[in-house]
Ligand binder design. Structure first.
Ligand code: NAD
Length: 406
């Protein structure tokens, strides 16, 4: 049975790993608002990385305790919060799953910045240990806790590699002819462009194995770059505000441009801006997660994979849109990343659309762009412009080329 947007009466118990983060917090509120019973797990590592880097969310985010208290006052609904490290506190994770007996576990709890993952040996090793260790722990914990919880994992479009497939990127699996002539439908080849993306490729292999070996039910969502900040739930109270990253490591491209536009500083386009990427608004991230939890694969089915994007767009075209909106010019700077200067990207997102998703796009007339600009303008006194430029370089050659950035 297919359960589309707002189409399901069945309410689920959902654990959200990483529920304090940029995607996890608005998703937790959305699911709670829809009547699901939400439990958040987060070790607050993202907040600690901000302290280490000397930056902060542009928006003033409240503590997890204040956030869930505010949500209770506003909605009457309870969200429990547990500070557990998914990669390191295995026994606590097993106990929580045994106690809560969730129908679904949404897994956002990873180090998610490609630049941060490329910064130095320490951040490379942390990203692999945290992300791959956490995903493996989750599978082991579901088996140990003896529950049939459906895993919904946030993967990335970056697992496919950009511009390597030469045609429309299907949803996770690809038809091939094997040596000897047998036709098969296999996982799309992995083509990571950073240590972070490599962890998502390794996750995908773990999901494939645990599905086959232990019949875990798993959905992997290959998400595009998320933009926006607020959702209908986070605007209900200032204490519910979502985080907004604008720094060189964690600020993702569209939000970074909107930030620069509001600050009146040039939009920094890396290289020629010819990179084509997938984009999705944060309200649609939350809707896609609900569609995924309402449509789990059956026991024994292979890993379900959805491409979670609204559209693809070339970075220089995104810059042009923001330049038009804000009157601030785009400026090309040397690329800190080792990547193709130009690529095409054609991606199928038919599965979510067939479940009723009607995603917001960048050129929509509903003012979402201006909404982000309004937020950024409101809090721009909190911005440290020095933090906006790239702070991590993919390799020595990239670092040398970027040496003069200031
Ligand atoms: P985020 O860093 O804001 O949130 C991740 C949360 O997980 C943080 O609150 C962090 O403290 C927590 N966390 C990390 N490691 C943990 C651990 N070991 N134990 C417990 N908690 C832990 O990132 P986000 O932007 O919300 O991304 C969430 C997921 O979505 C990530 O897996 C990311 O790869 C994926 N994703 C994000 C984007 C995007 O544009 N933001 C795009 C594609 C995919």
């Amino acid at each position: 049975a297919e359960n589309g947007v707002n189409g399901s009466a069945e309410k689920k118990k959902v654990i959200i790993l990483g529920g304090d983060g940029f995607c996890g917090w608005p998703t937790s509120l959305y699911l709670s608002d829809q009547g699901h019973d939400v439990v958040i797990v987060d070790n607050l590592s993202r907040r600690k990385i901000d302290l280490d880097l000397g930056c902060d969310s542009l928006t003033p985010i409240s503590s997890p305790e204040t956030r869930v208290q505010a949500w209770k006052e506003v909605s009457g609904k309870e969200i429990k919060f547990h500070n557990i490290d998914v990669a390191k506190e295995y026994d606590l994770l097993v106990q929580l799953i045994k106690d809560e007996k969730p129908d679904s576990i949404v897994h956002f709890a990873e180090q998610r910045a490609a630049p941060y993952s490329q910064k130095n040996a320490k951040t490379k090793r942390y990203t692999v240990d945290n992300n791959v260790g956490g995903s493996n722990n989750l599978c082991c914990a579901i088996i140990d806790a003896d529950v049939d919880a459906h895993i919904v994992h946030l993967g990335t479009m970056g697992v496919y590699g950009y511009g390597t497939s030469g045609g429309e990127i299907p949803e996770g699996y690809i038809d091939v002819t094997l040596p000897g002539g047998r036709e098969a439908n296999i996982l799309h080849p992995a083509h990571p462009g950073s240590v972070y993306h490599a962890t998502k490729c390794m996750d995908a292999i773990l999901w494939q194995f645990y599905q086959k070996n232990d019949q875990l039910r798993i959905t992997d969502l290959h998400q595009g770059i998320v933009w926006g900040t607020n959702t209908p739930q986070t605007v209900l109270d200032e204490r519910l505000i979502n985080r907004f990253d604008y720094d060189g490591d964690y600020g993702t491209v569209l939000n970074r441009f909107l930030m620069q536009g509001a600050m009146g500083v040039p939009l920094t386009v890396y290289g020629t801006g010819g990179q084509t990427r997938g984009f999705i608004h944060v309200t649609d991230t939350a809707k896609c997660i609900e569609l995924a939890i309402n449509n789990p694969p059956a026991t024994g089915d292979r890993v379900e994979i959805f491409n979670q994007i609204a559209e693809t767009c070339r970075v220089r075209d995104v810059a042009e849109l923001v330049a038009k909106l804000t009157g601030v010019e785009a400026k090309c700077i040397p690329n800190p990343r080792q990547e193709a200067a130009e690529n095409e990207l054609d991606v199928s997102n038919r599965k979510f659309c067939s479940l009723g998703l009607d995603p917001v796009t960048l050129d929509a007339e509903d003012g979402l762009f201006s909404e982000v600009t309004a937020i950024v303008t409101k809090y721009k006194s909190r911005c440290d412009p020095k933090m906006i430029l790239p702070a991590s370089f993919w390799n020595k050659a990239r670092a040398e080329e970027c040496a003069d950035l200031d």
